[in-house]
Design a protein around this ligand. Structure first.
Ligand code: F6R
Length: 364
């Protein structure tokens, strides 16, 4: 049941700290701060190339995973939504590997991609939340997120659990490939062990996020911006808002805004910026300033140091815990889900069962 919560989604949002902790514990030993992965269908030390694929939110998690794996392990990774991968006739690398991501493990497009990749000689690893699912059965290997059953149609805790698992993979691959030394790997693993606690802190910022939601609920169009591994999270924010509140939203790489979407910006369009401190902060901040100069209403998710720089021109700033940039995508995923939840509640839409959507999409 829903317990004391109004919706399954609200309950599932509050399960973030536990689910992140449980998933990390499968792949990361908190004592030694070392990632330990079970035997995989491909050898991350030698695999020439990886293909990642999924649908919807799971695809956006895969895209974050791609950024991490390329950065930390220097393995070339392709990432495509499953319904495109299937018909693109991609040239697959000999001896290549694949990682497919799915909460249900039953999504028809992802299943079709799985079969195509296996027929093309790729060793397929599935990341699923349901151990007995079709994808787990048909893959060469499966890793489990430990999110528990997700009832809300729009994915929340399963998405962040996917991110946590992919983060462990990226560290493990970085070690296997000799691209991370032990100290670097320990630092990143330690960063992950702090994520469940930070998630709990973010859930306590509910009032602030709800106040932001009251503004967003009045908008007809909303833009979400982010760079690097925050870019797919911006897209996730837009997807969640569309699904739950039926407000038109777009997620965009922040640097791409000036190449078109900036034309949309006026004082009626909230621009939600995912802008933690890190190597890309200055660039994103200057993109936001451009938007503000055109009347855009900047609402930023950042950390304490970022807030100092953004407060001059941002209408609202939500200050998230200060973390290593590696963990920032996982943490930023939570407030964008909470925001979409509150906007939907304010608009009176069916939060757990949005129109036209099904939890498991078993048609292509
Ligand atoms: C969005 C959402 C969907 C799913 C997608 C894939 O909130 O839930 O976009 O992520 O349909 O589903 P799974 O992960 O079951 O393959």
């Amino acid at each position: 049941g829903k317990g004391n919560f109004r919706h399954f989604m609200e309950k599932e949002l509050h399960e973030h700290p536990a689910v992140l902790g449980d998933t990390l514990q499968q792949y990361l030993d908190p004592g030694s701060r070392a990632v330990s992965l079970p035997p995989l269908p491909f050898d991350p030390a030698t695999v020439p190339r990886l293909t990642m694929s999924a649908c919807g939110s799971a695809f956006l998690a895969a895209q974050v995973g791609r950024y991490w794996i390329e950065q930390l392990a220097r393995i070339p990774v392709d990432a495509d939504v499953a319904s495109e991968l299937r018909y693109r006739e991609p040239p697959l690398a000999e001896g290549g590997g694949a990682i497919l991501v799915s909460q249900s493990g039953e999504t028809a497009d992802t299943m079709a991609a799985l079969r195509l990749l296996r027929a093309g000689g790729q060793k397929v690893l599935s990341v699923v939340n349901v151990p007995e699912s079709s994808m787990a059965r048909e893959s060469d290997g499966a890793l489990l997120t430990v999110a528990g059953p997700e009832i809300g149609v729009a994915s929340t805790k399963a998405f962040t659990a996917q991110l946590a698992l992919l983060a462990c993979l990226a560290i493990g691959f970085g070690r296997a490939r000799g691209k991370l030394d032990e100290a670097q790997a320990r630092l990143l693993a330690h960063t992950l062990t702090e994520v469940p606690g930070h998630a709990a802190q973010i859930l306590e910022q509910d009032e602030e996020i709800r106040a932001m939601a009251a503004e967003v609920a009045k908008a007809r169009d909303v833009l979400f911006l982010g760079r690097g591994a925050l870019m797919p999270i911006a897209m996730e924010g837009a997807l969640k808002l569309k699904e739950l509140s039926y407000i038109h939203a777009e997620g965009y790489p922040a640097g791409e805004m000036k190449h078109g979407p900036i034309a949309l910006i006026d004082s009626a369009v909230p621009v939600i910026a995912l802008c933690p401190t890190g190597p890309l902060f200055e660039k994103t901040a200057s993109n936001l300033q451009e938007a503000a100069a055109r009347g855009g209403r900047i609402m930023a998710l950042t950390d304490a140091v970022g807030a100092r720089a953004l407060r001059g021109f941002a209408e609202r700033v939500i200050v998230l815990p200060t973390v290593h940039p590696f963990a920032a995508p996982i943490l930023h995923a939570i407030p964008v889900q909470v925001l979409a939840y509150h906007v939907a509640v304010l608009k009176g839409t069916d939060v757990d069962q949005p129109r036209n959507l099904a939890k498991s999409v078993t048609v292509e």
